[in-house]
Every structure is written in C-alpha cells, then in structure tokens.
Design a protein around this ligand. Sequence first.
Ligand SMILES: Nc1nc2c(ncn2[C@@H]2O[C@H](COP(=O)(O)OP(=O)(O)OP(=O)(O)O)[C@@H](O)[C@H]2O)c(=O)[nH]1
Ligand SMILES: [Mg+2]
Length: 296
Amino acid sequence: MENKEYKSGFVSIVGRPNVGKSTLLNRILNEKIVAVSDKPQTTRNTIRGIYSDEGGQVVFLDTPGIHEAKTRLNRSMVDAAYASLSGIDLLLLVVDATAPREDQFIRNVAAKAGCPVFLVLNKVDLVEPRERLLAVMAGLSSLHRFAEIVPISAHTGSNVERLLNLVRERLPEGIAYFPDDILTDQPEKVVCAELIREKVFRLTNAEVPYGTAVVVESFQERPSGVIAINATIMVERDGQKGIIIGKKGALLKKIGEQARRDIERLLGTRVYLELYVKVQERWTEKTAILRELGYE
Ligand SMILES: Nc1nc2c(ncn2[C@@H]2O[C@H](COP(=O)(O)OP(=O)(O)OP(=O)(O)O)[C@@H](O)[C@H]2O)c(=O)[nH]1
Ligand SMILES: [Mg+2]
C-alpha cells in the first residue's frame, strides 16, 4: 500500500481590517475560536489555528488587519501582522471582493512575503453578477505573480474546501508541529476572553469596543462538570463602564449570555460565567498592560 506523505506548514492570513480573515479561520476549523465582528480591528494579536487530519497539519496564523495605526495598541497590532509574513510556507492575502481597489497595498504585502502568495477574494456571495467577479480577478492578477487566485465566501463556506486543498498541496513534507487534537495553541482561558470581547465588539458602538479588553481571572472545573469562569472587562473610562453595564445591567447580562453560549459550544460543557467591569485609564497606551494582555 502506498503511504502518502504527511505535509505540514505555517500559513499566514493577512489583509486589511474587516475583510473576513477571522471568519475564514473559524470556517476552516469548523469552530469559533477567534473573534469576528462587523467592526474593523477586531483581531488584536496573531492567533494560531491548527487544522489536522491524516494527511497533514496546517498551522494558520490569523492576524490583525493592516491599517494606519495611531495608538500604541494599534501599532502593535499592525507590527504583529507584518511579523507574520516571515518564516511561513504560504501567505493567504485576503481581499474583500466587493471593494478590491487597493493595488499598492496588495503589491506591497505580497512583495514582503518570501513565499508563494494566494490572493483570496472573500465575500463573493455579495458580488453579482459573476462577470463582475471575473473582471475583479483579472484586474488583480497583474499585481503579483500569485500562486493562486481563489474566490471564496468565508461566510457561506463556498469554495473554502477547495482553498484548503490548494493550501495543503503547497505545503512541504513535514512533521506535526502540534498535537493533532487541538484547534489552537492559545490556552482555553484566552480563547474564552476573546469570545467575551467579541460580544462587546458586536453589542457596543463608537469608541467603546476599542477601549475594551477582557481578562479571564479564573477558570475552574467544578465536581459537577460545570466550568466556572470569572472575567473582567477592562475599559478606559467611567462612561464606557456605564455603557457596557447598560440600563439596570441589561447590556452586561446580554454580553454574558451570548458569550456563555459560545463558550459552552466550544468546551462542550455547561458554563457559569460571571463578568465584572473595571476602569483602567489609558490602558491602550501602557506597555505593561499591553504585554499582560498578549498584545505586545
Ligand atoms: N457577506 C459576507 N460577509 C463576510 C464574509 N466573511 C466575513 N464577513 C463579515 O465581514 C465582517 C468582518 O469579518 P472578520 O472575520 O471579523 O474580519 P477580519 O478580517 O478578521 O477583521 P479584523 O480582525 O478587524 O482585521 C463580519 O461582519 C463578517 O461576518 C463573507 O464571505 N461574506
Ligand atoms: Mg480578525
């Protein structure tokens, strides 16, 4: 019997904010491990998502969207995205197919990668008619010698399996870098904090999500099997604290309920989640706090 070679490697997912990088990672892993929202700059640090099967292992790096950074936190985010371009086997440069006019950006990022680049045109479910998509693909194809140009919808899952197959074909023969039964190398505590932060991003507006971070303070399995989690939502100002708590605690309750549901699905067990809100002035500019949060 022929033994097919085991392939493995590191694949970065890079692009502008809000193009659907994290949605793509969750879709590939078939599980929500990273935060997704309709607001730009949802992802704050590079998170590894690990896809394993008998044929090999792909270690995906979901990165923050590259943008004009102003605060210290945002600079760290963009630095993290650029840092993810080295030491990888393949780059997935993700572009929003509904707004693909960023020639210089695409050229620059593709040129910085020392590896083959796939141009991934996401959100094709929003592009009609098909001729328009073909025209967009043709327009972008001259920007770099892309190894592949792959139109997908991370949202519906359309063509994502084909993308995954193309990725795996490109990887070298190698070893498993991680155990084959884990989806990420992030501790469960950190994944849970991200799922809570995602709810803050989804349920608040204006500057509030950007001044928010979440820390899981304790994570304990009780004899009954229930996991008890205490987490603190950190904000920069009193006003933001009031907004997050909401009228008679209504918004904090909603954040907690939605986060608990996601965490229960991920952990496959019942969860008891308690949330606190704490003001920590100007934390987005403080190195020590950024380090503690894993953002620097
Ligand atoms: N219609 C449609 N929406 C999508 C698709 N992929 C992602 N989205 C939406 O686009 C928004 C941004 O998705 P994210 O996955 O958070 O984008 P991101 O690139 O990770 O963003 P940052 O982390 O901020 O850089 C969300 O509202 C998603 O639901 C898609 O294929 N089609
Ligand atoms: Mg993201």
